[in-house]
Design a protein around this ligand. Structure first.
Ligand code: ATP
Length: 515
């Protein structure tokens, strides 16, 4: 006997003016199934989710729920039909506390609380204002809010992309159980490890159309990449690490951090960042890495310790001071970095305009050429280039990275740069970071995907509870070692990390939002 689908969408199309975000998308999901929705950046995944959950309306297509045609014209209609989303951007209203947000959406409070605890946040205060809650926690709250109303089909758009490993693990557990309970989950992710651990099948979109549906079986990744990228070439190998570095004489550190302290979040952190290296930072959520990057980028003032750049002490009062010292910051939260209503080109050229005094036709020509080459390198989808806010999430992220390549900074602080980036472009970013190091630049690279450390970094800096607990060469950094180190365990000690609770740098304080 074949089971009939819980949700069956076909022929879905959506145009934004001349841009066809979706041309012919279909998606069929069975009860009890965790179904991956995959596709390169800009393929149309978020657009399909928004249509299925009533946030936008389609120009064409048919949606059946349990075999019955439904007209989903609003979020309320979607909710009545049993479809509920968790979008890429947090949905709580920033100026309201959590409780008021729950009331506003008619979310039952007790089930919400229970889910929040289940998802690994034991001590949430419902009177906290959403604005003061870190991004990762906000996403978990959005999920708890959706789970609390027990939807038939839960649609998760890159749910784990902003989450550190410990929270992501909890989320995956809960999602898996939704499937076991006979409900369905549509799961958008660019991470194959998650897809293969969690999903039963995957629907692949390319350029706005469904190009395949596959069972998740060992080895299916190749097939999915092929479907996703079509004729786009995927180069799978990152340039060998350190090719130009062996011959390099030991250099004076580009940046020397000594006993750096930021309030109660970071204490006594000392390390050097050298020209020609990519130093990885590994940490669970809220261990002080945000504060470390913000202090180096000049967006918060340290409360103690020193930062030296090229041997001279610096005190950054503003991000512009760091930029003048040749330090560029690529934040994980793209909305923080981008001028959303400006064009792709303007956004990429922004640091140029800030840094250059001699403005003129030659500069402008140079700017145009540099911007064009960055767009090409990162394969930025420029179909909706007039305003950055119209780009897909992954393409927005690429614009923040392109900006700093174009600006030619000597030191780049990359905070989770590949979040939400498709597999093909991730490779390009790894290659790019190695190339920057090969050209003598220094890169500090925080990533929530541990496997990226091995691919890209020369050394690993581990932060735990606001302190630097270990530094070691990447050769010693296999994934279990990194995981143990991130949980504050000494290297070489084996432990079941699944049962350990992750401390925050200051357990009594909700982490501050980075300015
Ligand atoms: N409001 C809009 N105006 C114009 N174009 C838009 C708008 N919203 C989305 N698009 C375009 O539609 C296409 C599909 O975007 P969508 O966000 O659905 O992609 P995605 O598959 O979710 O990508 P990602 O993996 O990067 O999140 C992109 O080319 C995007 O620029």
């Amino acid at each position: 006997m074949t089971t009939s689908p819980l949700l069956d969408a076909s022929g879905v199309a959506k145009n934004y003016g001349a841009v066809a975000a979706l041309r012919d998308a279909s998606l069929s999901v069975l009860p009890g199934e965790v179904h991956a929705l995959m596709g390169a950046n800009g393929a149309g995944k978020s657009t399909l989710v928004k249509i299925l959950t009533g946030a936008i309306s389609a120009n064409a297509g048919r949606i059946l729920i349990r075999g019955e045609a439904r007209d989903i014209r609003s979020p309320a209609a979607a909710r009545r039909a049993g479809l509920l989303p968790v979008y890429q951007e947090p949905s709580l209203i920033p100026d309201l506390d959590v409780l008021s947000n729950l009331r506003l959406t008619g979310t039952p409070v007790e089930p919400f609380r229970a889910w929040v605890r289940e998802l690994g946040i034991p001590d949430l205060d419902l009177r906290d204002t959403a604005r003061d809650i870190p991004l990762a926690i906000l996403r978990v709250l959005d999920l708890a809010r959706a789970l609390a109303v027990e939807p038939d089909v839960l649609l998760l758009d890159e749910m784990t992309a902003a989450l550190p490993a410990n929270l992501a693990e909890k989320v995956l557990e809960v999602v898996r159980r939704q499937g076991d309970a006979g409900r369905a989950v549509i799961f958008i992710s660019h991470r194959f490890v998650e897809i293969s651990a969690l999903c039963d099948r995957a629907t692949v979109l390319r350029d706005g159309a469904t190009v395949g549906v596959v069972d998740i079986v060992p080895g299916v990744e190749e097939k999915i990449v092929e479907l996703m990228l079509g004729t786009r070439i995927v180069k799978t190998h990152v340039a060998a690490r350190g090719a130009s570095e062996e011959a390099r004489p030991p250099a004076r550190p580009r940046i020397a951090v000594r006993n750096l302290r930021v309030g109660t979040k970071l204490s006594d952190v000392s390390f050097d960042l050298r020209d020609g290296e990519v130093a990885g930072v590994v940490a669970l959520e809220g261990q002080g890495q945000d504060e470390l990057f913000a202090a180096l980028a000049g967006s918060i003032k340290p409360s103690g310790g020193t930062i030296e750049v090229d041997g001279s002490p610096v005190k950054f009062a503003h991000p512009i001071d760091a930029i003048r010292s040749g330090i560029a910051y690529v934040p994980g939260d793209r909305s923080e970095a981008l001028a959303m209503q400006r064009s792709v080109r303007e956004n990429i050229a922004l640091p140029f305009s800030a840094a250059l005094r001699n403005w003129g036709p030659i500069r402008m020509r140079k700017e145009r050429a540099t911007v064009a080459s960055a767009i090409q390198r990162l394969q930025i989808d420029t179909r909706a280039q007039g305003e950055v806010q119209r780009l897909s999430g992954g393409n927005q992220q690429k614009v923040t990275i392109a900006r700093w390549i174009a600006a030619d900074a000597r030191t780049i602080l990359c905070f989770d740069p590949t979040r939400g980036i498709d597999v093909g472009t991730k490779q390009e970013i790894y290659r790019l970071l190695r190339e920057l190091a090969g050209n003598g630049k220094s890169v500090l690279f925080y990533t929530s995907e541990l496997e990226e450390v091995q691919r890209v970094c020369d050394r690993v800096i581990v932060i735990f509870g606001g302190r630097l607990v270990d530094i070691f060469p990447v050769e010693e950094a296999d994934e279990p070692t990194l995981m143990r180190a991130a949980y504050g365990l000494p290297r070489g000690v084996k432990a079941d990390i699944g049962i350990l609770a992750a401390p925050t740098a200051n357990a009594s304080d909700a982490p501050e939002a980075t300015p």
